[in-house]
Design a protein. Structure first.
Length: 145
């Protein structure tokens, strides 16, 4: 069954959550901007993988069984983690400003505080890379870019 669990992708887990909350495949399809047949296929996949019916068809929709009730909070946590991962991926370090400077030691803290205050005022995130001042500092900084 472990290998089979990989068949439960993001969409399939969203279907499980939607069916649990709305108890109607057509509503879930609309909420997920999908089609009812695709929702049905996702439910079939879940049933195959879990070896359980998960939902019982009733006159006015689907009723989750005990297994669906056990899986629902787990699926919610997984989807939440996926969404957090997507948010983190959008905020990539490449989008941060990297500032390479070289300064005498006694000026480093003053420069760092000034850069932090200015960045905060401008709403810019940054990474500051401070090097000790030497005669060859300009050449070293140029090579690190």
């Amino acid at each position: 069954m472990e290998k089979q669990l990989s068949r439960l992708d993001y969409f399939t887990l969203k279907v499980l959550i939607g069916l649990f909350e709305y108890k109607n495949g057509s509503v879930v399809a609309e909420k997920l901007n999908s089609t009812q047949p695709k929702v049905s296929r996702a439910l079939s996949t879940m049933r195959e993988v879990i070896h359980n019916e998960l939902f019982i068809r009733q006159q006015y929709g689907l009723q989750p069984n005990a297994m669906a009730e056990r899986l629902y909070p787990l699926a919610k946590n997984i989807i939440s983690a996926y969404d957090d991962m997507a948010t983190a991926a959008k905020t990539q370090p490449e989008n941060d400003l990297v500032l390479h400077i070289s300064a005498p030691e006694q000026m480093s803290m003053f420069l760092l505080e000034s850069i932090d205050k200015t960045s905060e005022m401008l709403g810019v995130s940054h990474i500051v890379d401070i090097h000790p001042w030497t005669e060859s500092a300009e050449q070293k900084l140029h090579k690190e870019k």
